[in-house]
Design a protein around this ligand. Sequence first.
Ligand code: FE2
Length: 281
Amino acid sequence: MSLTAMLQEQFDAGLTTRSDFTIDQPVEQYGAVDHAVWQQLYERQTAMLPGRVCDAFMEGIRALDMDARRVPEFERLNEKLMAATGWQVVAVPGLVPDEVFFDHLANRRFPATWWMRRPDQLDYLQEPDCFHDVFGHVPLLANPVFADFMQAYGKAGTVAQSLGALPLLARLYWYTVEFGLMRDGDGLRIYGAGIVSSRGETEFSLTSREPNRIGFSLERVLRTQYRIDTFQQTYFVIDDFAQLFDAMRADLPTLFKAFAEQPSFEANARRPEDTQILMPA
Ligand SMILES: [Fe+2]
């Protein structure tokens, strides 16, 4: 659905969208089907995640104390999230314009889609819904280092936009916040929200021999294209969230300028400088 069509739908539903694209979460509009879809996805993913997701994610799930049976009320979620890191979740009708998104992140607000997917969309949905945004993204916002990284990303977004470099910076979000892997404890773990909220990619990203898994490098990420129509062909593996936060201290304008003039790499490219993360035999 286009943004205009979505806004029209929200308008028709009597929801008032503010100039920063936020709305009051219309909790009264969730029906039994919405809660049932939330519960089914929540239980399915939380059963699958222990041992597969990074420890910080599970700590976030515990700290936020979400109800498995109901779509969370953001106001209640925010009491715990604010206490942990000073972040809050704000309800939006769907994807918001880039500059609005960055401004929210830079001010420690995470815009989350309020509506839930339909029961026939459990396994795949093209656009983010409330389950992806809240279950996938919010637990890590309770982690202080990840929370600081997300704010720094929002600030970098404003810089990238002013330099016409958004496509480059979007790759960083894609390959970390959405589809990042981490070496954690005894092996490879997931942390990206796009994986965490997907049963299929949780399995694929950790066990398939098909994709490339390489050590995180900011330069390599900024130069690597991504595909939205398949599971990832390359996963970037971090050691910890401090590595992401530190990456935001790089001289981004200089990198953007340099990479604008160089060819980018295909999503499945293998490069001699890559640190391959090998799977156990
Ligand atoms: Fe997302």
